[in-house]
Design a protein around this ligand. Structure first.
Ligand code: ASP
Length: 341
C-alpha cells in the first residue's frame, strides 16, 4: 500500500517536472510571463508641427488613446496578440479620422478601395484582402482569410463574396465616404488638368493608414495593417498594406512590423520582411534594423514613411522619415503614451 502511494506521488511529481522543462507542453494555454506590449500607428505623413488645429490634434490623440485602451484590455486579460491587433484595428477602421475603413481616402473616381492584412508570428500564417469596397472591417476579413481559407490574399469581388459567406458585416460602399474626404477629393479633382493623370496625394492627405503590433503574455507576436491607400490612386491600385513582407510582417524569432508610407517603395523593398531579415541574418538589434530599412533603404531611394516594430523581448522601434507619424505604445506596468511628431 505504502509503495503504491509512493509510486503515485512519484509519477505526479515527474509529470509536473516534465511539463515545466518540455516547451511543447508549456505553450499556448499558460502565460509564460506577465509582460505584454502593444504599439499602434495611425499613419505617416501629415502636417508639419504647429500647423494642425489643436482641436483636430486632440481628436487624433484621444482616438489613439482609446485604441491603446482596447488593446491593453485584450492583452492584460490574457488575450492573444492576434486578437489584440484585430480589435485595435477594427476600432481604428470604424473611426472616421483614419484612412482605413470609414474615412478612407478616395480613388480618382471617388470610391473607397480598402486593403488590409494580418500575420501571426507564432505560426507564420497570414491573411489579407485587397481592393475591397463593401466589407465594413477589412482587418477581420484578412483574419478570416488566414483562419478559414487555404489562401493568403483575396482581392475584389472574390474577397467580398468570401467575407459575406463567412458572415462578416457588409455595407454599402457609400458607408466609407466621409464629408471631409469627399471635400478633399473634390478639391484635388479640380486641380487635375484635363487629360492628365491624377497627381500623387496632396501632403495633408498623406496620413491615416492604421497598424498595430503586439506581444502577448504567451510570448507570441502579431502584426496587422489596414488602409484606404493613397488619395486619388488609380482604381485597382493595391499598396503595401495587404502585402505580407511589405506592409505587414511577424515572426516570433525576430519581430512584428506594420508599415505606413509610400506603398510602392515598401513593396519594392520588402520593407516589413527586411526588418526581420536585418535582425535574423545581419544580427542587428530591432531599432538598428528598423532605422536601416526606413532611412538607409527607403529614404535613400526617395520612399517616405515609417513603421512600428516590436520584438519578443518587448523592445519597440518607431522610425519615420515623414513630418509626423501618429503613434502610441502601452505595456504591462507602463502607461499609454501617444505621439504625433
Ligand atoms: N502605405 C499605404 C499605401 O501605399 C499608404 C499609407 O500608409 O499612407 O497604400
Amino acid at each position: 500500500m505504502k509503495r503504491s502511494v509512493f509510486l503515485f506521488v512519484f509519477l505526479l511529481a515527474g509529470g509536473w517536472l516534465f511539463a515545466q522543462v518540455n516547451p511543447a507542453t508549456a505553450v499556448s494555454t499558460n502565460p509564460v510571463n506577465k509582460r505584454w506590449v502593444l504599439v499602434i500607428h495611425g499613419g505617416a505623413g501629415g502636417p508639419v508641427k504647429g500647423t494642425m488645429k489643436p482641436e483636430k490634434e486632440k481628436q487624433y490623440t484621444d482616438s489613439l488613446n482609446k485604441a491603446l485602451k482596447i488593446g491593453a484590455g485584450v492583452l492584460s486579460s490574457g488575450g492573444s496578440s492576434l486578437d489584440a491587433v484585430e480589435a485595435v484595428i477594427r476600432f481604428m477602421e470604424d473611426c472616421p479620422l483614419f484612412n482605413a475603413g470609414k474615412g478612407a481616402v478616395l480613388t480618382e473616381d471617388g470610391k473607397a478601395e480598402l486593403d488590409a492584412s494580418i500575420m501571426d508570428g507564432k505560426t507564420g500564417k497570414a491573411g489579407a484582402v485587397g481592393c475591397v469596397t463593401t466589407i465594413k472591417n477589412p482587418i477581420s476579413a484578412a483574419r478570416t482569410v488566414m483562419d478559414k481559407s487555404e489562401y493568403v490574399l483575396l482581392v475584389g469581388n472574390g474577397a467580398e463574396t468570401f467575407a459575406k459567406t463567412m458572415g462578416l458585416q457588409i455595407v454599402d460602399p457609400s458607408y466609407f465616404i466621409t464629408p471631409e474626404r469627399l471635400e478633399a477629393w473634390k478639391e484635388a479633382k479640380q486641380k487635375i488638368p484635363p487629360g492628365q493623370p491624377a497627381p500623387s496625394s496632396a501632403d495633408k492627405e498623406k496620413k491615416g493608414t492604421v497598424g498595430c503590433v503586439a506581444l502577448d503574455t504567451y510570448g507570441n507576436l502579431a502584426a496587422g495593417t489596414s488602409t484606404g491607400g493613397r488619395m486619388m490612386k488609380m482604381s485597382g491600385r493595391v499598396g503595401d498594406s495587404p502585402i505580407i513582407g511589405a506592409g505587414t510582417y511577424a515572426e516570433n524569432n525576430s519581430c512584428a512590423v506594420s508599415c505606413t508610407g509610400h506603398g510602392e517603395f515598401f513593396i519594392r523593398n520588402s520593407a516589413g520582411f527586411s526588418v526581420s531579415a536585418q535582425m535574423l541574418y545581419a544580427h542587428k538589434p530591432l531599432k538598428e534594423a528598423a532605422d536601416f530599412v526606413i532611412f538607409d533603404i527607403l529614404k535613400a531611394k526617395g520612399g517616405e514613411g515609417g513603421l512600428i516594430a516590436l520584438d519578443r523581448e518587448g523592445n519597440i522601434a518607431m522610425p519615420f522619415s515623414s513630418n509626423a507619424m501618429f503613434r502610441g505604445t502601452v505595456s504591462a506596468g507602463a502607461p499609454a503614451e501617444v505621439k504625433i511628431y
